[in-house]
Design a protein around this ligand. Structure first.
Ligand code: SF4
Ligand code: SF4
Length: 93
């Protein structure tokens, strides 16, 4: 009979949680903030596809970043084919 629950990790640095990722708000530790230049955005949605936090929302044309969950990783900035996502220090955004 297979175990239904994962065994407790032997490494104390590993934390196993069954809680929803909807609780993983970024808080105030993000240092860089992406921002989309709507005038140059083609609506290709590559940023939506690559965002590991799934915090880029689909819209009619220009996607919208949910800063409550954006971790500032910069993947969308790197992947945007038109380079229209700026990446500025959080305090200057
Ligand atoms: S910076 Fe990272 S987390 Fe934030 S919207 Fe871009 S890909 Fe998603
Ligand atoms: S990847 Fe760039 S051009 Fe494509 S939808 Fe996102 S912001 Fe717009």
């Amino acid at each position: 009979m297979p175990e239904l629950e994962a065994p407790a990790p032997s490494d104390p640095r590993v934390i196993v949680s069954g809680r929803s990722t909807a609780e993983n708000l970024t808080g105030n530790w993000r240092t860089l903030r992406p921002s989309i230049d709507a005038a140059r955005c083609t609506g290709c949605l590559i940023c939506w596809k690559y965002c590991p936090e799934a915090c880029v929302a689909l819209t009619e044309k220009v996607p919208v970043i949910d800063y409550s969950y954006c971790k500032g990783c910069g993947i969308c900035v790197e992947e945007c084919p038109t380079r229209c996502i700026g990446f500025a220090p959080e305090e200057a955004a």
